[in-house]
Design a protein around this ligand. Structure first.
Ligand SMILES: [Zn+2]
Length: 84
């Protein structure tokens, strides 16, 4: 399980799961099982309450996990709403 915020610049210790957001990924492990296939396991990441609105954890290339800033979604400006 995770102990700290996934944002390396923050690294806040995890005390309360209700604060922030948990991400779970099914990832291929470096270890190979008895059947010759890569073993899989669940990896957990947590972003604290400060980082969760700003950042997200995603599956990147090569089955890696990347932490990146969220795209800010701005609602489209409606000229009609401004015209009154
Ligand atoms: Zn954080």
């Amino acid at each position: 399980m995770v102990n700290n915020c996934a944002n390396p610049k923050c690294n806040k210790p995890l005390h309360y799961l209700r604060d922030g957001r948990v991400f779970v990924f099914d990832v291929a492990s470096a270890r190979v099982g008895a059947d010759g296939k890569r073993m899989r396991h669940l990896e957990h990441f947590w972003l604290c309450g400060d980082c969760a609105p700003l950042m997200t954890v995603e599956r990147g290339a090569e089955n890696g996990i990347v932490i990146r800033a969220k795209q800010v979604q701005r609602p489209p400006v409606r000229p009609a709403a401004l015209a009154s």
